[in-house]
Design a protein around this ligand. Structure first.
Ligand code: DQA
Length: 137
């Protein structure tokens, strides 16, 4: 089973970025833990700060992979294009957020991804990614 985690803008700074909200661990070190835990899966990760590159990646994998775990980060709240890409592909997408976006600023309460997603996992720290992967099994 082939699953990809796609991370949007500023998630390359996990570990350094607002640790009180996003924690002190880098994504790379957490991803190693996930690969060990889910060693029977083909697990990949991709990150970009660029909206169009995220759309390109969703299109590239979205007809052949078994699952996409998508944290579109700030683009969640702004990007009709990423929302449309999620609806355009046949691979199911689970939307993920590290923080509970619903107890933060009101602009974070809107998601252009959620209506096209299979489900949404948010607020469990990095564990949100783990729970999203588990949802495909
Ligand atoms: C985030 C929440 C977004 O509102 C924010 O812009 C992010 C990270 C999260 O994982 O909690 O960059 O997607």
């Amino acid at each position: 089973m082939k699953i990809i985690i796609i991370n949007g803008p500023n998630l390359n700074l996990l570990g350094k970025r607002e640790p009180a909200i996003y924690g002190g661990k880098t994504f790379d070190s957490y991803f190693e833990e996930l690969k060990t835990k889910y060693s029977s899966l083909e697990l990949e990760s991709y990150q970009s700060n660029v909206e169009g590159e995220l759309i390109n990646k969703i299109q590239e994998v979205g007809f052949s992979y078994d699952g996409i775990v998508l944290n579109a980060a700030a683009y969640t709240h702004t990007s009709v294009g990423i929302g449309d890409a999620v609806k355009a592909v046949s691979t199911p997408v689970v939307e993920v957020h590290i923080s509970n976006t619903h107890n933060r600023e009101s602009f974070r309460h809107t998601s252009y991804i959620a209506s096209g997603a299979k489900g949404v996992v948010l607020g469990f720290g990095l564990k949100s990614y783990d729970l999203a992967i588990a949802s495909f099994l």
